[in-house]
Design a protein around this ligand. Structure first.
Ligand code: ZN
Length: 336
């Protein structure tokens, strides 16, 4: 599908091997637990599965250095007690990582680089939607102590911290609690994630925050018109803050019909044209989406992103930034 010359293939292998590849979102943790719905037997990190999109053997094959594992608890119809579910996800994250020599749990950028040097993968814990915090900033500090280093305030619903896309009121602002939580995250060193926020809350975050924030798994709305993607103005603002957006492989966010890995790179092209090469990265959403685009069927196919970047004649420097260097820059700035 992606025709490369021999020297382009060699360049792909060299760059992908050299890169610190960072993916800022997957929903795999839920698949390690008994699923409330749909009922399937739990998978494990260490065992290669033909189900879903991500496990350690496939991460290694795909050359992923650091995978962010999100705790998603936002759907109350399925998860009545978000805090309990999140704590179970913290537990299963550490149990799965500790059961496998090839991956370490990390909270700092130095630990990601050390893992890469040791030939290991790294796992970073994040929270998608602040439901487990029960409107209490004390619980933000507790989850920080448990290793959470990335947080979004809302999935698709309203939480005490923000309005998700499905709960928006026209021009709603962040509640005071959301602003207080942003300040506390800045003090602790937790990366703030705007993916899933309603547009007006995005702009309030952009007003309130001085430093970088990320959109862990959102694409360009100009390339594919979906509310989960960011408008060009939002992308400019995210870039002005020094932030990064991770490219989501959810088919409906990539292209309207028959999405492929080339369409994912179309989003990267657009963002690079708009704000330069320093503000785009990867945020697959593996195990949280339906059938991924052709060429990105699971995490083992991640090198196909690099192959398309090579085919489109991106420089070595820009490819290394897009694969993970940009996200690493934000981690260095925010995580302590
Ligand atoms: Zn999501």
């Amino acid at each position: 599908m992606i025709d490369l010359t021999k020297s382009q293939e060699e360049r792909t292998d060299r760059l992908h091997g050299e890169a610190v590849v960072i993916d800022t979102h997957c929903d795999t943790l839920g698949h390690f637990l008994p699923q409330p719905w749909p009922r399937r037997p739990p998978r494990s990190l260490g065992e290669r599965s033909d189900q879903g999109h991500l496990d350690l053997p496939r991460m290694v094959e795909g050359g992923v250095t650091c995978q962010t594992f999100a705790m998603y608890t936002g759907n109350r119809a399925v998860v009545p007690d978000a805090t309990l579910r999140a704590l179970q996800m913290v537990d299963v994250f550490y149990r799965e990582v500790e059961a496998n020599d090839g991956i370490v749990a990390v909270t700092k950028p130095d630990e990601i680089l050390a893992a890469k040097k040791a030939g290991k993968a790294a796992g970073l814990l994040s929270m998608e939607g602040a439901e487990p915090l029960m409107g209490d900033i004390d619980l933000l500090r507790v989850f920080y102590r448990l290793g959470v280093r990335m947080l979004s305030f809302a999935w698709n619903y309203r939480t005490p911290f923000a309005d998700g896309l499905g709960a928006k009121r026209a021009e709603s602002k962040l509640p005071d609690l959301g602003v207080q939580a942003l300040e506390e995250m800045g003090r602790l060193g937790v990366v703030f994630d705007v993916s899933h926020l309603c547009d007006s809350n995005f702009w309030d975050v952009a007003d309130v925050m001085k430093g970088p924030f990320i959109a862990s798994h959102s694409n360009s709305r100009a390339v594919c018109d979906h509310q989960r993607n960011l408008t060009d103005d939002m992308i400019r603002s995210l870039a002005d803050h020094g932030g990064v957006m991770g490219m989501n492989f959810a088919p409906g966010f990539v292209a309207k019909e028959n999405p492929t890995v080339e369409n994912v790179v179309d989003h990267i092209d657009h963002i690079v044209d708009l704000v330069g090469p320093d503000h785009v990265g990867l945020g697959s959403d593996f195990d949280g989406i339906g059938q991924p685009p052709a060429g990105l069927e699971d995490v083992s196919k991640m090198p196909n992103i690099t192959r398309v970047l090579v085919k489109r004649e991106y420089s070595d420097e820009d490819i290394l930034k897009i694969l993970g260097g940009n996200h690493l820059r934000v981690f260095k700035e925010v995580l302590r």
